[in-house]
Design a protein around this ligand. Structure first.
Ligand code: ATP
Length: 234
């Protein structure tokens, strides 16, 4: 579904990605872990066409994403939930959700998807008329995910969904990610919480200073001694 080949990205003189290759197959949850500054966000932003590449390729369902506009990429089924959630303040929860469907014209299906999002995140229905900026951190993460689902993505890119959340909410968010995957959405997840990210991953990649240094099934990586020492605290 997604294929990244030898991707290089520069910010001026800094080379943030030094030839990254990875694959995401339809139906999978793929996790990308790595320390601060490893290049995880840069990788997600280059996959969604927000950050320009220096060289390499990104293909999504067979199409070269650099030949398409960011809008076309979303219309093709690739949606990103950005780091920090980027909720629209001054707009209600409902309005934020509907904005997620801004490229769609299928009014009836949009309403059906809204009901599905409300089923998945009951708190969003309870809060639908409230200004989105008044939501708690966990609720804002749910809103950001719900908004992304309103685009009916085939592939959902999640950047640090657990950031800043209390442990109990982290668990809840990860179980929602698994539910979303079960309903047919493929997921590429970037996380600092390596333990949780590996525990739900079909496959995972470890990024260090712009390079993939290790990859394998989530289970293999959790059991790897190097990963235990570097990312799992023991
Ligand atoms: P974090 O988990 O802290 O967000 P990350 O793994 O997502 O880290 P990136 O944000 O992709 O890492 O950053 C990779 C490297 O590129 C870092 O050295 C960072 O300082 C640099 N970088 C990121 N964005 C920019 C930018 N807009 N201009 C210049 N350098 C940048």
């Amino acid at each position: 579904m997604l294929e990244v080949k030898d991707l290089h990205v520069h910010y001026g003189m800094i080379e943030a990605l030094k030839g990254v290759s990875l694959q995401v197959e339809e139906g999978q949850i793929v996790s990308l872990i790595g320390a601060n500054g490893a290049g995880k966000t840069t990788l997600l932003q280059s996959i969604s066409g927000i950050v320009k590449k220096s060289s390499g390729d990104v293909h999504f369902i067979g199409k070269d994403i650099y030949k398409e506009s960011p809008q076309k990429i979303v219309a093709d089924g690739l949606t990103q939930v950005p780091e920090g959630r980027r909720i629209f303040a001054g707009m209600s929860v409902y309005e934020n959700l509907i904005l997620g469907a801004y490229l769609r014209k299928d009014k009836k299906e949009i309403q059906e998807d809204l009901q599905k999002v409300y089923q998945q995140f009951p708190i969003l229905e309870q809060r639908k008329n409230q200004d989105a900026s008044t939501l708690s951190g966990g609720e804002q993460q749910m809103l950001a995910m719900g908004r992304a689902l309103m685009a009916r993505p085939k592939l959902l890119l999640l950047d640090e969904p657990s950031m800043g959340l209390a442990p109990i909410l982290v668990k809840e968010i990860f179980s929602i990610i698994q539910e979303i995957n079960k309903t047919g959405t493929t997921i590429l997840l970037v996380e600092q919480n390596a333990k949780m990210a590996l525990s739900i991953a079909d496959y995972a990649y470890v990024l260090e200073t712009g390079n993939v240094v290790l990859s394998g099934t989530g289970k293999d990586l959790i059991e790897s001694e190097d990963i235990q020492k570097a990312y799992l605290g023991g």
